[in-house]
Design a protein around this ligand. Sequence first.
Ligand code: HSE
Length: 588
Amino acid sequence: MGHSGLAVCKYGGSVLRSDDDFALVVHDLYRRVRRGQRVVAVVSALAGTTDRLLNRARFDGVEQDPHAVAGLVETGEVESVAMLRLALDRVGVPSEALDVGAISLRSVGEPLNATPIDVDLKRIHRVLEEKCVLVIPGFVGRDQGDRPTLFGRGGSDLTALFLAGQLGADHCRLIKDVDGLYERDPARPGPAPRRYDTMRWDDVLHLDGSIVQHKAVRFAREQVISFDVGELLTEGGTRVGPGSSEYASPRWPNRPLRIVLLGFGTVGQGVYRFAERLSDRLVVVRIATRDLEKAERAGAATSLLTDDVFDAVASNCDVVVEAIGGLDPARAAIESALHMGRHVVTANKAVVARYGPELHRAAERGKAKLRYSAAVGGGTPILEAVQRIAGESSIESIRAVLNGTTNVVLDCVSEGKSVDTAIREAKAAGFAEADPHDDLNGLDAAHKLTLLWHAWTGRWSVPACVDCAGASLERLTVLQSDSHEHEVIRQVAQLRRDGDVIHARVRLERLQPEDPLAGIRREQNAAVIRTIDGDSHVVRGRGAGRFPTAEAVVADLLDCADDVPDPVESMEFSVARPSIVPAQAVTC
Ligand code: HSE
């Protein structure tokens, strides 16, 4: 069905130190969702919250009702659930949050050290049919009388393992502030301890129980559940299960990816903001922008700024993020970066649609990668879904709403506002193209269709033949004249296979309310991908705006980081390509 499995991921207090960390959890979840996973995200309270709440629940000399204590303490987890839902919504990841009452997470035993025994699996599956992520509070349950219970300190681990077992999840990952389990605490002074690659459940029980809750490990052993322990934004770590305990081979820590930003508008600023919070992985080393003062006012560090795009491309970096938009100088900058062996990440559909073959050739020559997930659907991973589904089955058609500005205009017009007012609104929100006519006449969606066509078939050829004749706003008047009240008008972009011929068109269409594209509003985008077997896959999300677009760019950057060699390899690399390696590394 175009999904790559169900994962249960637990985000513990050690990775939730402040409200800013919810954005990091979203980056981790987004990367999973765009690989096609459905995720149950189990969250703990922010670090320190449980202790604070336990202290608040104590009154001198009074024996407290443990359910009343649990009722106060669980508010820490409930708050995290709500914060994560909001952070997911900001970038447009379709998600739902349910409390333990809603999923009937039943427990038995001591109220403050209870054990989960049952859960409403149907409710969870129903949500996951519609949404990519379900957020659930860890650590808490309900007893037979519906009273709040806690699963003991570290009990979110137990929630995650219990749900993974009940759901038959494909993966269960406990995400902490360490990259796996070590023979000793790596934070303590002394020689560096060895990290385990794999560990038997029994051996984990010899480690400090504050790392993984021992009760949860015993539960996993009894239920034969394997799981991973690792950090955010990686897949590595320690696999815990029935096998033997083996140490991992030592490896160099990855250095942060050095990024040059071209453009400091809606997308550039979003990427910069996210990169600031990911400083151990991403570091912006240069920003090229036309208006230096405006960029400073928007928060860019003065020392990074230049108004020379090509000077920025030539600086010492691993990746160039092209967020200028348009064809010139974007095309030349991208080609130049790729020739120099820098990876390129762009949200620029126009340049990739127009010069896709040339840019891919430049990437091959420079042994670099060109990534452009954000170019179609912003934070909606439509390109990835099409590629994945095309790899599993034969696609028959793609119908999609791919332009947020047009949605805004159509909605405003139906409310009686003028087109000019609507365009101003779309511009202010950062959705509209430099020339909003490109949104309204179907050109923007046509570019996106070209990229979808490439994701579907691996070929570039459609741009000249996308039929946009029916996209013009004049047609709106015709459609409005005989449409029924319940019908919705949307700009629909379509690719359809008819034997050996592919028809590509963008046009305004009247949609019945039950059409999955009818409910798509404002910057939301959606695609319905049909296969010849009759399956229909729907992908939804936010298709424009700062944070959704920056989310997709950051996911591409983190993929680039996985490709960057470790420091030893990069020293060897430096001899061949001195221009992109720090002088210090060359002298080594
Ligand atoms: N102008 C585009 C839109 C931006 O309105 O959807 C995202 O590609």
